[in-house]
Design a protein around this ligand. Sequence first.
Ligand code: NAD
Length: 360
Amino acid sequence: MKHHLDFSYESRPVRVVFRSGAATTATAGEGAALGLRRLLVVCGSHGAATAQAVADSLGPACAGLHDGARMHVPVEVADRAVEVARAAGADGCVAVGGGSSIGLGKAIALRTGLPLIAVPSTYSGSEMTPVWGLTEHGAKRTGRDPVVLPRSVVYDPELTLSLPVPLSVTSGINAIAHAVEALYAPDTSPLVALMAQEGVRAMAGALPEVAADPGSLEARGRALYGAWLCGSCLGATTMGLHHKLCHVLGGTFGLPHAETHTVVLPYVLAYNAPAVPDAAAAVARALDADDAPHALRELAGRLGAPRSLAELGLKEADLAVAAAQTAGQAYANPREVTAEGALAVLRAAYEGAAPEFPAA
Ligand code: NAD
């Protein structure tokens, strides 16, 4: 956050519908409002039943269902989906599911220019961003292109009722990470800061209730509302050390996305806090806590989430490699990331130690 009012903010043309039951009652109307008549529904093999219900609700505007989404959008999976979309004569796509399904919808949009409607079932936030990702020969490429930003997003808390508690918790903290990094992003702004603080507050408040009562539509709704706000922050700003580290840990070492975010976040925030005390204080206020990194680690632990990279299968020998990769890249971060600094963050996260670092 900045003391002086000096910012740029671009609002992006996304329509958002948020309502229980909206996946099967509002998606058809969103397609019609966009003038779309042949929608291809895409999903992962896991979410096929939900996606089928969405497809059925489209009636004659459904051009087919393709359940080929896979984690991190392998290029051959994207190629196949583009073929299916062309063969079906689709004039738009509806992606139903988590970040992997929405990622496939974005890949189709990137290749074909077809407009995308997103119906998210996790808290990943991908639906609110113009960021695409494709994986080829084990390396994930990402980029920004307005064509992949969904034209319309249909949030339906009922879709998230089936999200297992461990994934709800880690996906929720993944969302919080977007808001945290948005607060100290070089392109943060007053509106982003408002969304970030409300997003953290909503998500951190809802997660213990989701964990205690996964069937509570009320708690699920507040978590999804938080995910929308946090995803909006992700789409509006440039992410820093946290997202870069998680990208390296996922891309090079195959660590799971949401769990890795959950483990790493307190450590990166502790590392960056001395450089951005206002942002750290804003996160703490949103968490109703004195110290944001400790509160985040405590929240994850209390809700049964993994707390160390060792638990996630990282090897001690990988720490130096990951640190060198993280320090060797250019990206925005409020505190300089030296190889030693990156290694200190990684080592503490590996051990699950207290999230505390010297200021310099
Ligand atoms: P995901 O989509 O792979 O889903 C994780 C698992 O949960 C899958 O097995 C899926 O089938 C299952 N699942 C999803 N919704 C469910 C539900 N409601 N009930 C039961 N099971 C459900 O993972 P994710 O965490 O949603 O997204 C992570 C991916 O998205 C990563 O590849 C990440 O890089 C990408 N991502 C991209 C952006 C972006 O802006 N481009 C933003 C965030 C994440």
